[in-house]
Structure formats: structure tokens, C-alpha cells
Design a protein around this ligand. Structure first.
Ligand code: ADP
Ligand code: MG
Length: 523
């Protein structure tokens, strides 16, 4: 069987044939072909360049010239090496050798546009003709936008990663703080009950005093841990950064400043801001300590404040110290990152500064180069009107008459149950204990309402918040003390939203408990 012979392909005019000969061409066909190539060359969206090895442009198309901001004539007159980023030009002998051997190579380069900005490009280069004067053909595609998109994506990913890290550290810190608060609450509670039974000045009295002090110090540490975890709101008062800096300077002058020159450039009419003075002082102090650490011999520490337009205020801490290499700068905000020797650095300084700035809706910027010192700027929203002070219920004057109370204590933690129960009993009150929200609600259905409920906010099962809502449905006016280790927004909102509800921050002493209960004992 014979298969049908396919028709011989019409030879492409001008293309070499299998036998090495060229198909015959008429002059018109040749002209048409040349014109077709000319149109392709000049209308191509990619920049096409034909050049010699020494950088002389032999032909450039319109797109290539436009990409660089020149005319085609200008480009043909210049040496292409002028397009290279200053100092960035390198010959790549290995690359050139491969191209001359006939390989087509793709790589990325950076060129300088006529107006000075840098263009990132992807280039495909191949050999047109070899010999003594090789000629190369290069296709250029502008990838500046793609690069920028990639950089933005990488930046976002880094931010996300940082946020996730802070988040998990935050929940870890929050969890530890919650449990530690209960432990400290029990120690503090029992120590304060028994201290009162001892003659003042006796060794046992003093020992209890020390236990109380130690637990209170632990409580303060937990508060800063929670602040770091951003689970505790910044106190929100109107303040002036200049005033904070004056305080800092007094401290610094007394400690480290013999070898460091201190310069203050404070804008006198600096706008006030809303925030937590303690946390902000702590942040500025952290920056100053780092600055002083970076200037072991001597140097200048500059503290600067300024208004940025009408909406922002800025504080800047600048030193003339060692500065940071890129790798250090990239990690400086990470919790536990330190370059200092063991015992000197914790690596928490800048990460706490960062979370303080974030909790104040601010921004933070670090500029640093090795040998050039470091400048860190913190920006915060300025406030315009004088802000109202947050209403802090002050315990009023001592009540004249006191009556014992019937208290329902709702807490899932055994340590809290027994210590608070003992404290309440020592104060002469009658206590019933429920170990969960569900149990407390059941208890309230079956019995006459107590005078007061002390309700833990963080409980498994029915949470304190949900218990409160149901309890309110049964007893609209029953006073409730919400006891919580984190005075977070949830707790504040609950206290705000419900009448007859106030906060009892954990851990607390007998004294605090007595004061808090005083308001319910009148009459
Ligand atoms: P720590 O001070 O405990 O090391 P920080 O979070 O405050 O932790 O700082 C992290 C790291 O950032 C430091 O170990 C140091 O390498 C670098 N750093 C911070 N501030 C400066 C500064 N002003 N100059 C030079 N390096 C700094
Ligand atoms: Mg530090």
C-alpha cells in the first residue's frame, strides 16, 4: 500500500532549504519581507537592540528607546554602557562566552533611565553573527512593576510573620499572666489576712509585709507582661511628650551621661497626645538605653520632638553610636533578638517599644547604618481637644455603718476560691462559692439573692461575660464585682454597659477588698 504523498511545502521565501540552497526570491517578495520585518521590529512591545560586544548600538527599536527615555537617534549615538547603573557595570566573561558559543541566555539587569531612575529589565540575548566583530541581539522587557510588586509582597509577608509572632507570644504571655495572677492572689490574700492578726512590728508581721510586697511586685511585672502582650489597654490620658522627655533626662543624667553628650531639640508648642505615660516613658527609656549601649566610648544622644502637620507628633531618639548592619536592623524588633552578651540584653526592648507604639495607633521607623549611628522615630496621633479623663470610680469616704454581706463567689480556680473565701470571712461576710457560671445561675434560681456577686471573667464553659448577661436577666440590680487579671477592653466595656458592675483587678489585698466592699455595706 502506498500512502498519499503530501504536497511539497511551499518554501518560505528566503529561508535556507534542506539542501543548503535558498529559495529563489523575486525583488518584490524581498521588499515585502523586509518591510514586514521592519514593521515587526518597530512595533514590537519589547525593546529590541542589536549591538556589538563593546557596547555600540547598531539598531534599536522604538520600544527600547522609549523604555529609557531617549530617542532612537540618541541611543544610536551613545555607548550602551552609559545605561548601566553607576558602579553596577560588570562584564560577565562566562555569560559572554556562552552567548558567543551560540547559547541564548536570559538574565536580569538594571539600567538607568534618562531621567535618572532605575529600570529593572529581563533580557534575552543571543548571537546574530560571530567572527571578529560579533553582533548580539537582545530583547528587553521592563520588569520594574513586577519587582516592586514582589518587594511589596515580601514586605507584607514579613509584617504578617511579625504580627503572628507577636500574637502567639501575646497569647502565651496572657495565659501565663492569668494563671500567675491567681497564684499571686492566693498568696497576697492569705498574707494580708494573717498580717492583720499580728502585732505591728513583730517579726511575723514584717514577714507577711515582705510577702505582700513581693506579690505586689509580681503583680506589676504581670501588668507589663500583659501590656507587652497588648492584652491590657494603654491608659488613655492627655499628655505631652516633652514632659516625659524632661523626666527621662533627669534619670539619664544621674546614671550614664558622663560619657554621653545629651542634646534636646524639643518643639515648645508640641501638640498633646492621648496615651499611657508609663508605657511611653518606658518606650523612650528603652530607646535611650540602646543608644547609650551603642556608644561605649562617647557620643551624642539627641532627643527630638516635633509636630508633623496638625495630626501627628513625633519623638526621635538619635545616637552617634555603632549603628546596625542590615541583618541586625531586619531583626531588631523581634522579641528576644539581641546582639548583646548574655546577662546584658534580653532582646525585649525594641519589641516592647513596637507594641507600645502599635497600641497607641502610632508608627515606628528605624534608620541605621554601621558606623553612622541610629535614628528611631515614633509617631503618634496628636490630639486636639482636651480629652476627658477616664472615669475611675474612687472609693468614697469610709462608710459610717457597716453590715456583713452575703457574697456569692464565682471562680473556677481552687486557689482563688479558698483564699478569697477566707478573706471575705475574715472581713465578717458570709460566703457561698460556685465553681462555674452555670452553677452560679442555678444557685441563684434556688435561693434568695445575695448582696453581691464576685464573678471571675475568665472561666471555662459559660464565661464571666455570658454569666453576667444571664444573671442580669434574673436580677437586674444585683451588684457584681468582675474580678479579672486583664483589665482589657472586654472587661471595661462590660463594666460600662451594665449598671451596678465594677471591676476588681486581680491580685488584690485585704485592704483593697475591704475598700471595694465598703460601698455595698452602707445602710
Ligand atoms: P537588647 O537591648 O536587650 O539587646 P533590644 O530589643 O532593645 O534588645 O535591641 C535589639 C538589638 O538591636 C540590640 O541587641 C542591638 O543589636 C540592636 N540595637 C538596638 N538599638 C540600637 C542602637 N541604638 N544602636 C545600635 N544597635 C541597636
Ligand atoms: Mg535594649
Amino acid at each position: 500500500m502506498t500512502s498519499p504523498v503530501p504536497p511539497a511545502p511551499t518554501p518560505d521565501p528566503g529561508l535556507p532549504q534542506a539542501d543548503g540552497s535558498e529559495a529563489p526570491l523575486s525583488l518584490t517578495l524581498l521588499q515585502e519581507k523586509a518591510e514586514r520585518y521592519q514593521v515587526m521590529f518597530s512595533t514590537a512591545s519589547e525593546g529590541i537592540l542589536v549591538h556589538s560586544l563593546d557596547g555600540k548600538a547598531l539598531e534599536v527599536n522604538e520600544a527600547f528607546a522609549r523604555m529609557h527615555g531617549y530617542t532612537q537617534a540618541e541611543m544610536l549615538a551613545m555607548n550602551l554602557r552609559e545605561l548601566n547603573v553607576p558602579g553596577g557595570f560588570r562584564t560577565h566573561p562566562e555569560r559572554i562566552a556562552r552567548i558567543l558559543a551560540g547559547e541564548a541566555l536570559t538574565f536580569e539587569v538594571e539600567h538607568v533611565h534618562k531621567d535618572g531612575h532605575t529600570i529593572a529589565m529581563e533580557v534575552l540575548v543571543s548571537l546574530v553573527s560571530g567572527g571578529d566583530m560579533p553582533v548580539l541581539l537582545a530583547f528587553h522587557r521592563d520588569i520594574s512593576q513586577r519587582r516592586q510588586d514582589e518587594a511589596e509582597k515580601a514586605e507584607l509577608q514579613a509584617q504578617l510573620l511579625h504580627a503572628q509572632k507577636m500574637e502567639s507570644l501575646g497569647s502565651l504571655a496572657g495565659g501565663v499572666a492569668h494563671d500567675m495572677n491567681n497564684v499571686l492572689g492566693a498568696i497576697l490574700g492569705l498574707a494580708s489576712i494573717h498580717m492583720e492578726t499580728q502585732p505591728p512590728g513583730s517579726p511575723v508581721y514584717r514577714a507577711f509585709g515582705t510577702i505582700i510586697q513581693a506579690s505586689e511586685r509580681g503583680g506589676t511585672m504581670l501588668k507589663s507582661l500583659l501590656r507587652f502582650a497588648r492584652q491590657s489597654p494603654a491608659e488613655c490620658l492627655e499628655l505631652n511628650l516633652n514632659a516625659l522627655i524632661h523626666e527621662e533626662v533627669r534619670l539619664l543624667e544621674r546614671t550614664t551621661l558622663s560619657r554621653v553628650r545629651l542634646v534636646r531639640e524639643l518643639t515648645p508648642d508640641l501638640r498633646p497626645m492621648l496615651g499611657d505615660a508609663n508605657a511611653l516613658s518606658h518606650a523612650i527609656m528603652n530607646l535611650c538605653v540602646n543608644a547609650v549601649d551603642a556608644m561605649p566610648e562617647n557620643g551624642t544622644l539627641t532627643l527630638r520632638t516635633r509636630n508633623l502637620g496638625t495630626d501627628w507628633v513625633e519623638v526621635e531618639v538619635e545616637d552617634t553610636g555603632t549603628g546596625m548592619p542590615k541583618e541586625v536592623l531586619a531583626k531588631a524588633l523581634d522579641p528576644f533578638f539581641t546582639t548583646k552578651e548574655v546577662g546584658k540584653g534580653t532582646g525585649l526592648g525594641l519589641s516592647i517599644v513596637y507594641s507600645t507604639v502599635k497600641s497607641h495607633q502610632g508608627q515606628m521607623q528605624l534608620k541605621s547604618e554601621p558606623g553612622q549611628g541610629t535614628r528611631i522615630s515614633l509617631r503618634f496621633p496628636a490630639c486636639h481637644a482636651a480629652a476627658p479623663l477616664p472615669a475611675q470610680p474612687e472609693s468614697g469616704a469610709e462608710p459610717t455603718t457597716r453590715r456583713p454581706l452575703r457574697v456569692l463567689l464565682v471562680d473556677d480556680d481552687e486557689l482563688v476560691q479558698s483564699s478569697v473565701q477566707m478573706m471575705l470571712q475574715a472581713l465578717g461576710h458570709e460566703v457561698a462559692v460556685s465553681t462555674s457560671g452555670e452553677e452560679a445561675l442555678g444557685w441563684l434560681v434556688d435561693r434568695a439573692a445575695p448582696d453581691l456577686v464576685i464573678l471571675d471573667l475568665n472561666m471555662p464553659g459559660l464565661s464571666g461575660a455570658n454569666t453576667l448577661v444571664r444573671l442580669r436577666a434574673q436580677h437586674p440590680k444585683l451588684p457584681v464585682l468582675l474580678s479579672t487579671g486583664r483589665a482589657d477592653q472586654v472587661a471595661l466595656d462590660l463594666a460600662e454597659a451594665h449598671p451596678h458592675v465594677s471591676l476588681l483587678p486581680k491580685p488584690f489585698t485585704m485592704k483593697v477588698l475591704r475598700q471595694q466592699l465598703g460601698q455595698f455595706q452602707v445602710g
